[in-house]
Design a protein around this ligand. Structure first.
Ligand SMILES: Nc1ncnc2c1ncn2[C@@H]1O[C@H](COP(=O)(O)OP(=O)(O)OP(=O)(O)O)[C@@H](O)[C@H]1O
Ligand SMILES: Cc1ncc(C[n+]2csc(CCOP(=O)(O)O)c2C)c(N)n1
Ligand SMILES: [Mg+2]
Ligand SMILES: [Mg+2]
Ligand SMILES: [Mg+2]
Length: 312
Protein backbone atom coordinates (compact mmCIF):
# COMPACT_ATOMS: atom_id res chain seq x y z
CA UNK A 1 0.00 0.00 0.00
CA UNK A 2 1.15 3.56 -0.71
CA UNK A 3 2.35 5.59 2.28
CA UNK A 4 0.54 8.28 4.27
CA UNK A 5 1.73 11.26 2.23
CA UNK A 6 1.19 9.83 -1.22
CA UNK A 7 -2.30 8.75 -0.12
CA UNK A 8 -3.13 12.28 1.04
CA UNK A 9 -1.87 13.76 -2.23
CA UNK A 10 -3.59 11.17 -4.44
CA UNK A 11 -6.96 10.59 -2.78
CA UNK A 12 -7.70 13.51 -0.46
CA UNK A 13 -6.06 16.65 -1.90
CA UNK A 14 -8.38 16.58 -4.95
CA UNK A 15 -11.34 16.76 -2.54
CA UNK A 16 -10.06 19.77 -0.60
CA UNK A 17 -11.47 23.28 -0.78
CA UNK A 18 -9.14 26.26 -0.75
CA UNK A 19 -9.58 26.48 3.03
CA UNK A 20 -7.63 23.21 3.15
CA UNK A 21 -4.62 24.81 1.38
CA UNK A 22 -4.14 21.81 -0.88
CA UNK A 23 -3.66 19.66 2.24
CA UNK A 24 -0.05 20.85 2.34
CA UNK A 25 -0.18 23.01 5.49
CA UNK A 26 -0.54 22.37 9.24
CA UNK A 27 -4.20 23.37 9.44
CA UNK A 28 -7.08 24.82 7.47
CA UNK A 29 -8.13 28.47 7.56
CA UNK A 30 -11.85 29.15 7.39
CA UNK A 31 -13.58 32.50 7.09
CA UNK A 32 -17.10 31.97 8.50
CA UNK A 33 -19.85 33.29 6.24
CA UNK A 34 -20.41 36.93 7.28
CA UNK A 35 -22.86 37.34 10.14
CA UNK A 36 -23.33 33.61 10.71
CA UNK A 37 -22.56 31.32 13.64
CA UNK A 38 -20.58 28.12 13.10
CA UNK A 39 -22.03 24.74 14.13
CA UNK A 40 -19.56 21.89 14.76
CA UNK A 41 -20.22 18.18 15.12
CA UNK A 42 -18.21 14.94 15.00
CA UNK A 43 -19.23 11.27 14.76
CA UNK A 44 -17.05 8.22 14.24
CA UNK A 45 -17.50 5.08 12.17
CA UNK A 46 -15.67 1.97 13.31
CA UNK A 47 -15.43 -1.38 11.57
CA UNK A 48 -17.57 -4.01 13.35
CA UNK A 49 -19.35 -1.30 15.37
CA UNK A 50 -20.86 0.94 12.68
CA UNK A 51 -20.20 -1.08 9.53
CA UNK A 52 -19.37 -4.65 8.56
CA UNK A 53 -16.01 -5.84 7.26
CA UNK A 54 -16.25 -5.98 3.47
CA UNK A 55 -18.89 -3.23 3.17
CA UNK A 56 -18.49 -1.07 0.05
CA UNK A 57 -15.96 1.69 0.93
CA UNK A 58 -17.86 4.29 -1.12
CA UNK A 59 -20.99 3.66 0.98
CA UNK A 60 -18.97 3.72 4.22
CA UNK A 61 -17.61 7.15 3.19
CA UNK A 62 -21.05 8.48 2.34
CA UNK A 63 -22.63 7.19 5.55
CA UNK A 64 -19.78 8.76 7.52
CA UNK A 65 -20.62 12.15 6.02
CA UNK A 66 -24.37 11.61 6.24
CA UNK A 67 -24.37 10.63 9.93
CA UNK A 68 -22.75 13.98 10.61
CA UNK A 69 -24.86 15.92 8.12
CA UNK A 70 -27.85 14.58 10.04
CA UNK A 71 -26.58 16.25 13.22
CA UNK A 72 -26.25 19.52 11.31
CA UNK A 73 -29.83 19.01 10.08
CA UNK A 74 -30.97 18.56 13.68
CA UNK A 75 -29.36 21.91 14.49
CA UNK A 76 -30.96 23.61 11.49
CA UNK A 77 -27.48 24.31 10.08
CA UNK A 78 -26.28 24.68 6.50
CA UNK A 79 -23.25 22.41 5.88
CA UNK A 80 -19.95 23.99 4.78
CA UNK A 81 -17.30 21.30 4.94
CA UNK A 82 -15.50 18.74 7.03
CA UNK A 83 -12.34 17.39 8.60
CA UNK A 84 -11.62 13.69 8.10
CA UNK A 85 -9.61 11.31 10.27
CA UNK A 86 -8.78 7.79 9.18
CA UNK A 87 -6.77 4.97 10.76
CA UNK A 88 -6.29 2.01 8.42
CA UNK A 89 -4.83 -1.41 9.16
CA UNK A 90 -2.00 -2.69 6.93
CA UNK A 91 -3.84 -4.77 4.30
CA UNK A 92 -6.32 -2.06 3.26
CA UNK A 93 -5.42 -1.51 -0.38
CA UNK A 94 -5.62 1.09 -3.10
CA UNK A 95 -9.01 -0.21 -4.25
CA UNK A 96 -10.50 0.54 -0.86
CA UNK A 97 -9.06 4.07 -0.80
CA UNK A 98 -10.16 4.74 -4.35
CA UNK A 99 -13.72 3.65 -3.54
CA UNK A 100 -13.72 5.57 -0.25
CA UNK A 101 -12.55 8.83 -1.86
CA UNK A 102 -15.04 8.41 -4.73
CA UNK A 103 -17.82 8.08 -2.13
CA UNK A 104 -16.65 11.28 -0.43
CA UNK A 105 -16.51 13.10 -3.77
CA UNK A 106 -20.04 12.02 -4.66
CA UNK A 107 -21.60 13.26 -1.43
CA UNK A 108 -19.48 16.43 -1.44
CA UNK A 109 -21.27 17.31 -4.68
CA UNK A 110 -24.73 16.31 -3.45
CA UNK A 111 -24.47 18.25 -0.19
CA UNK A 112 -22.24 21.07 -1.44
CA UNK A 113 -19.46 20.52 1.11
CA UNK A 114 -15.67 20.59 0.89
CA UNK A 115 -12.85 18.77 2.64
CA UNK A 116 -10.92 21.13 4.93
CA UNK A 117 -8.26 18.71 6.21
CA UNK A 118 -7.84 15.80 8.56
CA UNK A 119 -5.44 13.27 9.94
CA UNK A 120 -4.18 9.89 8.76
CA UNK A 121 -2.86 7.13 10.97
CA UNK A 122 -2.25 3.42 10.92
CA UNK A 123 -4.36 1.00 12.94
CA UNK A 124 -3.12 -2.20 14.58
CA UNK A 125 -6.70 -3.46 14.49
CA UNK A 126 -9.70 -2.46 12.43
CA UNK A 127 -10.67 0.50 10.25
CA UNK A 128 -11.43 3.63 12.27
CA UNK A 129 -12.94 6.76 10.71
CA UNK A 130 -14.35 10.05 11.86
CA UNK A 131 -15.67 13.20 10.23
CA UNK A 132 -16.04 16.61 11.84
CA UNK A 133 -18.69 18.58 10.00
CA UNK A 134 -18.84 22.36 10.10
CA UNK A 135 -21.97 24.25 9.22
CA UNK A 136 -23.54 27.63 9.84
CA UNK A 137 -26.78 29.20 11.06
CA UNK A 138 -28.18 32.69 11.54
CA UNK A 139 -27.16 34.00 14.98
CA UNK A 140 -29.37 32.48 17.66
CA UNK A 141 -31.28 30.35 15.13
CA UNK A 142 -29.64 26.98 15.89
CA UNK A 143 -32.29 24.45 16.89
CA UNK A 144 -31.98 22.69 20.24
CA UNK A 145 -32.94 19.17 21.30
CA UNK A 146 -33.95 20.57 24.71
CA UNK A 147 -36.64 23.13 23.86
CA UNK A 148 -39.85 21.02 23.86
CA UNK A 149 -42.84 22.42 25.76
CA UNK A 150 -45.80 20.61 27.30
CA UNK A 151 -48.53 20.31 24.67
CA UNK A 152 -46.10 20.24 21.73
CA UNK A 153 -46.79 17.51 19.21
CA UNK A 154 -44.10 14.89 18.56
CA UNK A 155 -43.46 14.63 14.84
CA UNK A 156 -41.03 12.49 12.86
CA UNK A 157 -39.76 12.72 9.27
CA UNK A 158 -39.70 9.87 6.75
CA UNK A 159 -40.08 6.31 8.00
CA UNK A 160 -38.57 4.74 11.12
CA UNK A 161 -36.93 1.33 11.51
CA UNK A 162 -35.81 0.61 7.95
CA UNK A 163 -32.08 0.75 8.70
CA UNK A 164 -32.28 -1.41 11.83
CA UNK A 165 -34.22 -4.05 9.89
CA UNK A 166 -31.78 -3.58 7.00
CA UNK A 167 -28.89 -4.46 9.29
CA UNK A 168 -30.77 -7.64 10.29
CA UNK A 169 -31.18 -8.41 6.58
CA UNK A 170 -27.46 -7.85 5.95
CA UNK A 171 -26.71 -10.26 8.80
CA UNK A 172 -28.92 -12.88 7.11
CA UNK A 173 -31.60 -12.76 9.80
CA UNK A 174 -34.39 -11.19 7.74
CA UNK A 175 -35.59 -11.36 4.14
CA UNK A 176 -35.33 -8.11 2.19
CA UNK A 177 -36.51 -9.06 -1.30
CA UNK A 178 -36.62 -5.47 -2.61
CA UNK A 179 -33.26 -4.48 -1.06
CA UNK A 180 -34.95 -1.33 0.29
CA UNK A 181 -34.13 -2.01 3.96
CA UNK A 182 -30.51 -2.86 3.14
CA UNK A 183 -30.18 0.37 1.15
CA UNK A 184 -31.59 2.42 4.05
CA UNK A 185 -29.03 0.82 6.37
CA UNK A 186 -26.09 1.53 4.06
CA UNK A 187 -27.06 5.00 2.84
CA UNK A 188 -29.19 7.19 5.12
CA UNK A 189 -30.82 10.40 3.85
CA UNK A 190 -29.90 13.29 6.16
CA UNK A 191 -32.73 15.83 6.29
CA UNK A 192 -30.62 18.93 5.72
CA UNK A 193 -31.95 22.14 4.22
CA UNK A 194 -35.33 22.42 5.98
CA UNK A 195 -36.30 25.88 7.27
CA UNK A 196 -37.40 24.72 10.73
CA UNK A 197 -36.35 27.74 12.83
CA UNK A 198 -39.48 29.40 14.24
CA UNK A 199 -41.59 26.34 13.39
CA UNK A 200 -40.32 23.71 15.83
CA UNK A 201 -39.45 24.17 19.48
CA UNK A 202 -36.94 21.29 19.53
CA UNK A 203 -35.23 18.89 17.15
CA UNK A 204 -32.98 15.83 17.37
CA UNK A 205 -31.90 13.32 14.76
CA UNK A 206 -32.65 9.65 15.39
CA UNK A 207 -29.30 7.86 15.50
CA UNK A 208 -29.51 5.56 18.53
CA UNK A 209 -33.21 4.65 18.31
CA UNK A 210 -36.51 6.55 18.36
CA UNK A 211 -37.34 5.75 21.99
CA UNK A 212 -33.88 6.61 23.32
CA UNK A 213 -33.50 9.81 21.29
CA UNK A 214 -36.99 10.92 22.30
CA UNK A 215 -35.84 10.27 25.87
CA UNK A 216 -33.04 12.82 25.37
CA UNK A 217 -35.61 15.42 24.28
CA UNK A 218 -37.75 14.64 27.35
CA UNK A 219 -34.83 14.85 29.76
CA UNK A 220 -33.61 18.10 28.24
CA UNK A 221 -37.05 19.69 28.58
CA UNK A 222 -38.05 18.16 31.94
CA UNK A 223 -41.08 16.54 30.28
CA UNK A 224 -42.52 13.14 29.38
CA UNK A 225 -43.52 11.90 25.95
CA UNK A 226 -46.49 9.73 25.01
CA UNK A 227 -46.39 8.18 21.56
CA UNK A 228 -48.50 5.55 19.82
CA UNK A 229 -46.44 2.79 18.21
CA UNK A 230 -49.09 2.38 15.52
CA UNK A 231 -48.62 5.99 14.38
CA UNK A 232 -44.85 5.69 13.86
CA UNK A 233 -44.43 5.85 10.07
CA UNK A 234 -43.40 2.55 8.52
CA UNK A 235 -42.22 1.80 4.97
CA UNK A 236 -43.92 -0.93 2.95
CA UNK A 237 -40.75 -3.05 3.15
CA UNK A 238 -40.55 -2.68 6.95
CA UNK A 239 -44.27 -3.39 7.34
CA UNK A 240 -43.70 -6.74 5.63
CA UNK A 241 -41.39 -7.69 8.52
CA UNK A 242 -44.30 -7.77 10.97
CA UNK A 243 -44.42 -9.03 14.55
CA UNK A 244 -43.53 -7.78 18.04
CA UNK A 245 -39.78 -8.27 17.58
CA UNK A 246 -39.75 -6.27 14.34
CA UNK A 247 -41.72 -3.47 16.02
CA UNK A 248 -39.22 -3.30 18.90
CA UNK A 249 -36.32 -3.29 16.41
CA UNK A 250 -37.95 -0.47 14.48
CA UNK A 251 -38.56 1.73 17.52
CA UNK A 252 -35.23 1.10 19.27
CA UNK A 253 -32.77 -0.04 16.57
CA UNK A 254 -31.49 3.36 15.43
CA UNK A 255 -29.46 4.40 12.37
CA UNK A 256 -32.56 6.16 10.99
CA UNK A 257 -31.12 9.68 10.63
CA UNK A 258 -34.66 11.02 10.47
CA UNK A 259 -35.65 14.13 12.45
CA UNK A 260 -37.72 13.97 15.62
CA UNK A 261 -39.40 17.31 16.24
CA UNK A 262 -41.36 19.10 18.96
CA UNK A 263 -44.02 21.17 17.23
CA UNK A 264 -46.29 23.65 19.03
CA UNK A 265 -50.06 23.24 18.55
CA UNK A 266 -51.17 25.02 15.39
CA UNK A 267 -47.76 24.73 13.69
CA UNK A 268 -48.41 21.38 11.96
CA UNK A 269 -49.26 22.97 8.61
CA UNK A 270 -46.21 25.26 8.79
CA UNK A 271 -44.08 22.19 9.46
CA UNK A 272 -45.51 20.36 6.47
CA UNK A 273 -44.91 23.40 4.29
CA UNK A 274 -41.29 23.63 5.51
CA UNK A 275 -40.75 19.93 4.73
CA UNK A 276 -42.17 20.04 1.19
CA UNK A 277 -42.03 16.54 -0.35
CA UNK A 278 -40.59 14.97 2.80
CA UNK A 279 -43.45 13.36 4.75
CA UNK A 280 -43.73 14.28 8.43
CA UNK A 281 -46.02 12.42 10.82
CA UNK A 282 -47.39 13.27 14.26
CA UNK A 283 -46.85 10.33 16.60
CA UNK A 284 -47.64 11.75 20.04
CA UNK A 285 -47.30 14.61 22.48
CA UNK A 286 -45.00 16.05 25.14
CA UNK A 287 -46.55 16.51 28.56
CA UNK A 288 -45.63 17.05 32.21
CA UNK A 289 -43.72 14.22 33.84
CA UNK A 290 -40.68 12.19 32.84
CA UNK A 291 -39.81 9.34 30.50
CA UNK A 292 -41.04 8.00 27.19
CA UNK A 293 -44.33 6.10 27.16
CA UNK A 294 -45.08 4.00 24.09
CA UNK A 295 -48.67 2.81 23.73
CA UNK A 296 -49.77 -0.12 21.58
CA UNK A 297 -52.99 -0.19 19.54
CA UNK A 298 -54.94 -1.31 22.64
CA UNK A 299 -53.65 1.73 24.54
CA UNK A 300 -51.41 -0.37 26.82
CA UNK A 301 -47.87 0.70 27.72
CA UNK A 302 -45.18 -1.21 25.82
CA UNK A 303 -41.93 -2.31 27.47
CA UNK A 304 -38.65 -2.71 25.58
CA UNK A 305 -35.49 -4.58 26.50
CA UNK A 306 -33.54 -1.37 25.81
CA UNK A 307 -34.61 2.02 24.41
CA UNK A 308 -31.78 2.22 21.88
CA UNK A 309 -28.13 1.75 21.04
CA UNK A 310 -25.67 2.42 23.86
CA UNK A 311 -21.89 1.94 23.60
CA UNK A 312 -20.36 0.02 26.50
N1 LIG B 1 -16.00 12.23 23.91
C1 LIG B 1 -16.72 13.34 23.95
N2 LIG B 1 -16.16 14.53 24.27
C2 LIG B 1 -16.89 15.65 24.29
N3 LIG B 1 -18.19 15.71 24.00
C3 LIG B 1 -18.80 14.57 23.67
C4 LIG B 1 -18.12 13.32 23.62
N4 LIG B 1 -19.00 12.38 23.24
C5 LIG B 1 -20.17 13.00 23.07
N5 LIG B 1 -20.07 14.33 23.32
C6 LIG B 1 -21.13 15.35 23.27
O1 LIG B 1 -22.28 14.82 23.88
C7 LIG B 1 -23.47 15.24 23.22
C8 LIG B 1 -24.27 14.01 22.78
O2 LIG B 1 -23.43 13.26 21.90
P1 LIG B 1 -24.00 12.07 21.06
O3 LIG B 1 -22.85 11.49 20.30
O4 LIG B 1 -24.80 11.18 21.92
O5 LIG B 1 -24.99 12.82 20.07
P2 LIG B 1 -25.31 12.46 18.57
O6 LIG B 1 -24.10 12.57 17.72
O7 LIG B 1 -26.48 13.28 18.23
O8 LIG B 1 -25.72 10.94 18.66
P3 LIG B 1 -25.02 9.75 17.82
O9 LIG B 1 -23.57 9.73 18.23
O10 LIG B 1 -25.78 8.56 18.24
O11 LIG B 1 -25.18 10.10 16.37
C9 LIG B 1 -23.02 16.11 22.06
O12 LIG B 1 -23.08 17.45 22.50
C10 LIG B 1 -21.58 15.70 21.85
O13 LIG B 1 -20.80 16.77 21.33
C1 LIG C 1 -22.02 -3.65 12.16
C2 LIG C 1 -23.07 -2.79 12.76
N1 LIG C 1 -23.57 -3.11 13.98
C3 LIG C 1 -24.50 -2.32 14.56
C4 LIG C 1 -24.95 -1.19 13.94
C5 LIG C 1 -25.99 -0.32 14.58
N2 LIG C 1 -25.42 0.82 15.30
C6 LIG C 1 -24.13 0.91 15.61
S1 LIG C 1 -23.77 2.34 16.43
C7 LIG C 1 -25.39 2.84 16.36
C8 LIG C 1 -25.86 4.14 16.97
C9 LIG C 1 -25.26 5.36 16.37
O1 LIG C 1 -23.84 5.38 16.53
P1 LIG C 1 -23.09 6.37 17.53
O2 LIG C 1 -23.90 6.47 18.80
O3 LIG C 1 -21.72 5.76 17.73
O4 LIG C 1 -23.00 7.67 16.82
C10 LIG C 1 -26.16 1.89 15.71
C11 LIG C 1 -27.61 1.99 15.49
C12 LIG C 1 -24.41 -0.90 12.68
N3 LIG C 1 -24.78 0.23 12.01
N4 LIG C 1 -23.48 -1.70 12.11
MG1 LIG D 1 -22.35 11.52 18.31
MG1 LIG E 1 -27.62 13.61 16.76
MG1 LIG F 1 -24.73 11.83 15.49
Amino acid sequence: MSDEFSRIAKYFAPLAGEEGRGLTDDAAVLAPPPGRELVLTVDQMLEDVHFLPGDDPALIARKLLRRNLSDLAAMGAVPLGYLLTIALPDGVGEDWLAGFSQGLARDQKIFNIKLFGGDSSSSRGKISLSATLIGHVAPGAALSRNGARAGDGIWVSGTIGDAALGLQARLGRLADPSGFLTARSLLPEPRVGLALAGVVSAAIDVSDGLVQDLGHMCKGAGLSAVIRAGLVPVSAAAAAASGEAALETRLTGGDDYELLLAVPPGQGEALKAACGDLPVTKIGMFQAGAGVHVLNDAGAMMQFTRPGWRHF
